[in-house]
Design a protein around this ligand. Structure first.
Ligand code: DGL
Length: 293
């Protein structure tokens, strides 16, 4: 690996709400020397029920916001956005952009023994067929069952990770995966790892649950590994900064996120949507449009 000079710029991460914090948590654990800027689009969550065009526009706006904040890489910590907007984001961004779809697929293909894989996600993610197309292109013999689970995100945003309502919804959505006899389930939405316990309880221990965030962070760690090594060599203090931005109601964001990531109330800032500079983003969209669809 080529040894890079330490780049103190933050890694940008975005999601439609709190779900992407599952990725931030992984990043904080695995890359403790990296600064992070997180954007949760809480004013427009959920993305999963929105059109492809809307999700692309929101993702482009946030990408430009993160770029203006001088990030060195962008993690699209949202499967819905990764499924429909990743290619456009890669075109407009001068820094690397990573999505979560591929990461989940790679580990599922590695882990499945009976070649029956399940995928759950938002309506936008499942409708895009990104997982199906990608898995089939890599391993045509795999049987894939997919299902949109639109009630999961509101339950999670409300902090209802494990109660009787959540358990009923899990049973209703996931019964068909038992019939399909899958042995591997991709949690194709960054919110879903927060339901890990109830999903595991329902599907049983023979089904492996895949959290794509873990795999993605492993990959990113390899890319940025030399910074950590450099720290050990020089032992210079590295200032690490975590910043969190939301587009609405920071209080709810703190409440929902408090149980899995510790946030100081002062560290969350609200960004008004017009600060995301629609005009600039629309120009970017026009520029890339000949290459899409
Ligand atoms: N967490 C997001 C995802 O991974 C989307 C949830 C939503 O906004 O619908 O798909």
């Amino acid at each position: 690996m080529i040894k890079k000079k330490r780049d103190p710029r933050p890694i940008g991460v975005f999601d439609s709400g709190v779900g992407g914090l599952t990725v931030v948590k992984e990043l904080m654990n695995e890359l403790p020397h990296q600064s992070i800027i997180y954007f949760g689009d809480t004013a427009r969550v959920p993305y999963g029920s929105k059109s492809k065009e809307a999700i692309k526009r929101f993702s482009l706006e946030i990408t430009h916001f993160l770029l203006r904040n001088d990030v060195k890489a962008i993690i699209v910590a949202c499967n819905s956005a990764s499924a429909v907007a990743l290619e456009e984001l890669k075109i407009v961004s001068p820094v690397p952009v990573y999505g979560v779809i591929d990461a989940g697929i790679n580990v599922a293909l590695r882990e499945t023994r009976n070649k029956k894989i399940g995928v759950i996600g938002t309506k936008a993610t499942i409708r895009s067929e990104s997982h199906k197309i990608n898995i089939k292109s890599k391993e045509p013999s795999v049987e894939i069952s997919t299902k949109a689970c639109p009630l999961f995100v509101p339950l999670i945003e409300e902090g209802m990770f494990d109660n009787h309502i959540t358990r009923e919804v899990v049973k209703d959505y996931l019964t068909e995966f038992k019939t399909a006899k899958i042995d591997t389930m991709i949690l194709g939405c960054t919110h879903y790892p927060l339901l890990n316990r109830v999903i595991r309880e329902f599907l049983g221990p023979s089904v492996m649950l895949i959290d794509p965030a873990k795999e993605l962070v492993k990959k990113i760690k390899l890319e940025f590994e030399s910074y950590g090594k450099e720290k050990k060599l020089n032992d210079e203090p590295i200032e690490v900064k975590y910043e969190f931005f939301v587009s609405d109601v920071p209080d709810d964001f703190l409440k929902a996120s408090g149980s899995f990531i510790h946030l100081e109330p002062t560290s969350v800032k609200k960004i008004f949507l017009d600060e995301l500079e629609y005009k600039q983003v629309l120009q970017a969209e026009i520029k890339v449009s000949p290459q899409v669809n």
